[in-house]
Design a protein around this ligand. Structure first.
Ligand code: SAM
Length: 203
């Protein structure tokens, strides 16, 4: 069984948990520093520095793709999702979490983040460039939630079957699409590729 962890960082939690379970676990992350730290822990693992937007794996390769606490860092959410569909096998499953841009609480949180980012760009980055020069491995701080309504539309349009869950006192509770999904700030998706009619609909 081949599993990919996107945004695997230093291996917590999936690689830490799955490493000695006779599973072919792969990890990718844009941070070279974090991948190197993970390699020190797991010298025989399949780790690479790459981005979710351009997966360096052949098509129909993985049985499962996980991506947790990472989708809101993607520069291009929908391109990354299409890449996951390309790399997953027909009977594979994609398990991801997303921050809901349509949730009122999220709107406030990300408005404040946005203001902080602007201040950083105007004051902090020029100052740090002046002091340290160009950083070799700049830390990417890019946070953007996705509209769950738009994402669900993307999945419906492609006839993809999916389930949505939210955390309810440490347990996962399934929610259905008739519920007011915008009451939830973070949703977990389990997406099946097998319901896709043809590869063309992914594009
Ligand atoms: C908050 S950490 C999540 C780590 C781990 N998955 C977890 O659940 O704790 C987000 C990770 O995603 C990585 N990341 C950000 N954008 C990425 C992208 N486009 N492709 C792959 N990894 C990315 C970051 O470098 C960081 O290590």
């Amino acid at each position: 069984m081949k599993i990919l962890d996107i945004g695997s960082a230093t291996g917590y939690p999936f690689i830490d948990y799955l490493y000695d379970k006779k599973i072919d676990i792969y990890g990718i992350d844009v941070s070279e520093k974090l991948i190197n730290e993970c390699r020190k822990k797991y010298p025989n693992s399949n780790l690479s520095v790459s981005s979710a937007e351009n997966l360096s794996f052949e098509s129909n390769f993985f049985d499962m793709i996980y991506c947790f606490h990472t989708t809101w860092h993607f520069e291009d959410f929908f391109k990354s999702i299409k890449e996951m569909f390309r790399a997953i096998k027909d009977d594979g499953k994609i398990i991801i979490d997303v921050m809901n841009a349509d949730n009122e609480e999220m709107k406030k949180v990300f408005f404040i983040k946005c203001i902080k980012d602007i201040i950083k760009k105007i004051i902090y980055y020029p100052f740090s460039f002046f002091k340290y020069g160009r950083l070799k491995n700049p830390v990417i701080h890019y946070e953007k939630p996705v509209s769950v309504a738009k994402f669900n539309r993307f999945l419906y349009d492609r006839k993809i079957i999916f389930k949505m869950f939210v955390f309810n006192e440490d347990n996962l509770k399934e929610i259905n699409t008739n519920e007011k999904i915008n009451n939830h700030s973070r949703l977990i998706y389990i997406i099946q590729k097998e319901n896709i009619l043809s590869q063309e609909v992914i594009n």
